[in-house]
Design a protein around this ligand. Structure first.
Ligand code: NAD
Length: 435
């Protein structure tokens, strides 16, 4: 099929590349000329394992194209995906500006029947708003709307797209259903469930999935905080509960809270959407509150050992919200840096293998926040080391080297990557999230 994808970043680029990999003819469209020019030179704007090879291969064989020409990309293609961003607005709602822009563009350039497939995460009812926008320029016989939310995770995005747990299509037309079956035939052939529902349910399901996973994380963080006070060990507790098949072993890692472009924004947006329907999400509000507190628990733990952080140098290892991605959107490291600045530290020495470029931009005017290409250099004469992302290079770090560099042997391990007994035997003051 001839498929155009609007929005060429995490979701759009992965979707376009993977659909080209299964032999569809794909054009990825973006309004960012630089991004499109870079992609044509094989410069990939995101760090995503396995993506670069697939982009190069499919661009070279002509099945994957990149363009800023919206008109042509709609006129000559059959199915139009919108995978643009839905960032939070100032009221924590999903900002639908970009989705509406694509809907308008779609309505202006469609000349024959096409489907408008929304891949972005959007609040329930967005489909009706899109129909209204498109209908201003287009007869209803010339288009159908589909909600096709994306569940990929950064770092495993290519694998998640190629071998998904399920594909969701919210629609209300048999014609659109046939097109979706055709697009996803290479996946259903490998027994991936293709779930059809009404459009509203598909829109809600994406938020429900993210809110559920976020709730699991806040739940286990709350149990970790409680067991720390009551002399339990969250590792043992998790091993006991996750062997229960009803609970399942995923998303039960206690840590410093969830970040990401999606969980915080989607949880907040769902709470706000609830208000439109006079519905108060009590569990989800608690999930959000626990997470906000959890993000800076490492600083509270640090203050147990250095109550006054005034003029202290603190090292942060890890800035991205999880390893193997350069995404720092809503990462706990941002909250930790802001909190340390409020406490008047002299320097925050940061290192991350991939994510420093984004944080350099965010804290460009903050002289106390410094970035080090070498992780050990960042620990030189520092009063404490805080681990915020579980990159493998930190897991296997040279503990003796760190000890020689630090001014005080204090490590607060927000990701529980080191062994407490080993650290205490090496004469460290060591705290993780469960003790
Ligand atoms: P993003 O905001 O990071 O990128 C969107 C891209 O769209 C940008 O490159 C931007 O230049 C482009 N764009 C904006 N307006 C455009 C227009 N009118 N025409 C063409 N391009 C336009 O978004 P993302 O992280 O890829 O996420 C997209 C959507 O998917 C969001 O709704 C997000 O919540 C959802 N989602 C994201 C993930 C993830 O891991 N990032 C996973 C699942 C779902």
């Amino acid at each position: 099929m001839k498929i155009a994808i609007f929005g060429t970043w995490y979701v759009g680029l992965v979707t376009g590349t993977c659909l080209a990999e299964v032999w569809h003819d794909v054009v990825c469209v973006d309004i960012d000329q630089q991004k499109i020019d870079d992609l044509k030179k094989w410069i990939i704007p995101i760090f995503e394992p396995g993506l670069e090879e697939l982009v190069k291969k499919n661009y070279a064989n002509g099945r994957l194209k990149f363009s800023t020409d919206a008109k042509q990309s709609i006129e000559f293609w059959d199915a139009i995906f919108s995978a643009v961003g839905t960032p939070p607005d100032k009221n924590h709602r999903a900002d639908l500006r970009f989705v509406k822009q694509v809907a308008t563009t779609f309505s202006q350039h469609t000349k024959s029947y096409k489907i408008f497939i929304n891949k972005s995460t959007v609040p329930v009812g967005t489909w009706a708003e899109c129909i209204k926008i498109i209908s201003e320029n287009l007869d209803s016989s010339l288009f159908d709307i589909v909600s096709n939310p994306e569940f990929l995770r950064e770092w495993t995005a290519v694998k998640d797209f190629m071998v998904p747990d399920r594909i969701v299509c919210g629609l209300n037309s048999d014609k659109a259903k046939k097109v979706m079956e055709q697009i996803y035939a290479p996946f259903t052939r490998n027994y991936c469930p293709l779930i059809f529902s009404d459009i509203a349910s598909a829109e809600i399901a994406k938020y429900a999935a993210n809110a559920f996973l976020a709730t699991k994380l806040s739940f286990i963080n709350e149990i970790a905080n409680f067991s720390e006070k009551s002399w339990g060990n969250i590792w043992d507790i998790v091993k006991i509960i996750w062997s229960d098949k009803r609970i399942w072993n995923k998303f039960l890692h206690a840590g410093i809270g969830y970040g990401w472009s999606c969980f915080p924004k989607d949880v907040a947006a769902l709470i706000e959407t609830g208000k439109d329907f006079d519905y108060d999400f009590e569990i989800i509000k608690a999930t959000e509150l626990i997470n906000k507190k959890q993000k800076t628990r490492v600083v509270e733990k640090l203050q147990k050992h250095i109550p006054d952080l005034n003029w202290k140098k603190i090292t942060l290892w890890g800035l991205s919200y999880k390893p193997k991605t350069d995404d720092t959107r809503d990462a706990p490291s941002i909250d930790v840096i802001k909190k340390l600045l409020d406490l008047w530290v002299s320097e925050i020495a940061c290192h991350d293998p991939e994510a420093m470029k984004h944080m350099k931009k965010m804290f460009s005017t903050e002289k106390k926040v410094k970035f080090y290409d070498n992780s050990y250099d960042a620990t030189q004469d520092s009063d404490a080391l805080l681990i915020l992302t579980e990159w493998d290079e930190f897991r296997w770090a040279d503990i003796e080297k760190i000890k020689n560099n630090l001014a005080q042997n204090i490590v607060i391990d927000g990701r529980n990557i080191w062994n407490k007994t080993d650290m205490l035997e090496s004469w460290f003051v060591y705290e993780a999230i469960w003790y």
